[in-house]
Design a protein around this ligand. Structure first.
Ligand SMILES: [Zn+2]
Length: 77
């Protein structure tokens, strides 16, 4: 299997959009091809970086923490 035909399978695998037959082709190729293993590793690192960076910019409890620091607007006498 040519590396150029494997690249779309790497992206499909990382997107979890690949059937088991193609996954077997990909896994078999990765065992014999260090270059494609490296490419998949780099893509996984990039995905992890984007996910961690987006977590820093928009943590799920950010709004709640900001609101907790604000004086409660409905308790004014
Ligand atoms: Zn390859």
């Amino acid at each position: 299997m040519d590396c150029k035909q494997i690249r779309p399978l790497i992206h499909g695998y990382l997107d979890e959009d690949i059937d088991s037959e193609k996954n077997q082709i990909l896994q078999a190729h990765l065992q014999t091809c260090a270059e494609c293993r490296e490419i998949m590793h780099e893509i996984q690192k990039a995905i992890a970086f984007v996910q961690s960076a987006s977590h820093i910019h928009a943590p799920s409890d950010f709004t709640a923490k900001v609101m907790a620091k604000l004086p409660a607007p409905t308790k004014a006498n």
